[in-house]
Design a protein around this ligand. Structure first.
Ligand SMILES: [Zn+2]
Length: 311
């Protein structure tokens, strides 16, 4: 099976530096092995999306020379696949209806889930969610960057939502169906998603899919551990500063481009990246000091703490 990876952004805003880091790492990890690199737009949560963001993300990837194979896949066009998977889980009797609101869960002090709706099945109405019953109380995997991860759930703690009360398919289900259907063998993404992985593995097992390998790159945070995100309004990256940003991204990923690459073109930088890619050099944690220098790592160029280009 050829090695196949993907970059799968949600179009909730333009690409920010943290997402560029994930896209670049995934691209290099795949291209270094002459694999296929795909792009998938995860646009199944319209309330959170921003018009034009998908196109803007694709243009930025293109401007950085991160060219993908084949057609871009849009999750919004794939509901039939998700519906099929949901029906399969219902037939397996591992999907169950849940009408608990966030407020009710909060009131009951529930972390994860407490199995309430298994004991008290809700009426069959339209605004009902579906949860996945975990069949394994424990799950573990070897992350290629973060090392061995071990999870344990008591009772129904791990039962996650796969179809939302508002009638939208949950991220967990869509991502698992698409990774399988697109033949993804390598998932490399931000570590903010690492704890979703065991739920996705449970889904893969139940649906009879082959598991991809996982690698989670660190999410850039400030000293307080707050991550850069579209939510805290990290500005979009400036494509005019492409070489500088790419060079900084390579360094933050622990790669060590030689000094003579300081004036290299975009193409030369990407080629160097592919030829010298070392996943084992990617740090597990990446914190930036207020002046933009990584904490506990060599002093690098001045990326702003919000992830924007140097000013
Ligand atoms: Zn419930």
């Amino acid at each position: 099976m050829p090695c196949t990876g993907r970059f799968a952004p949600s179009p909730t805003g333009p690409l920010h530096f943290g997402s560029l880091l994930a896209a670049l790492a995934s691209y290099l990890d795949i291209r270094a092995r002459n694999g296929r690199w795909l792009v998938r737009i995860e646009d199944i949560d319209p309330p959170r999306e921003q018009p034009g963001a998908a196109d803007a993300i694709l243009q930025t990837l293109d401007a950085f020379g991160l060219h993908w194979d084949g057609e871009v896949v849009y999750q919004s066009q794939r509901y039939t696949f998700y519906e099929e998977a949901l029906q399969q889980l219902i037939r397996l009797d591992t999907a169950y209806r849940c009408r608990c609101s966030r407020k009710q869960l909060r009131t009951r002090g529930v972390l994860g889930y407490d199995g309430h709706c298994l004991q008290h099945p809700p009426e069959i109405t339209t605004d009902v969610a579906w949860r996945l019953k975990h069949t394994q109380a424990e799950q573990q995997f070897e992350d290629r960057i973060q090392g061995l991860r071990h999870y344990h759930w008591a009772g129904h703690e791990g039962d996650c939502v796969i179809y939302r009360r508002d009638g939208l398919f949950a991220y967990q289900l869509a991502v698992v169906v698409d990774d399988a259907e697109q033949g993804i063998t390598e998932v490399l993404r931000g570590s903010d998603l690492i704890d979703e992985t065991p739920h996705q593995m449970e889904l893969q097992d139940q649906l009879g899919y082959r598991r991809p390998r996982y690698a989670h790159i660190p999410v850039i945070t400030n000293r307080e551990g707050q991550k850069l995100s579209k939510q805290n309004l990290a500005p979009a990256i400036d494509a005019r500063q492409r070489q500088t940003l790419l060079l900084q991204a390579l360094k933050l990923l622990g790669q060590q481009p030689a000094n003579e690459l300081a004036d290299a073109s975009l193409e030369e930088l990407l080629l160097w990246g592919c030829q010298h890619w070392r996943l084992e050099a990617v740090p597990a944690v990446l914190q930036l000091a207020p002046d933009g220098t990584p904490l506990g790592a060599p002093v690098l160029d001045n990326i702003q703490p919000d992830g924007s280009a140097p000013r």
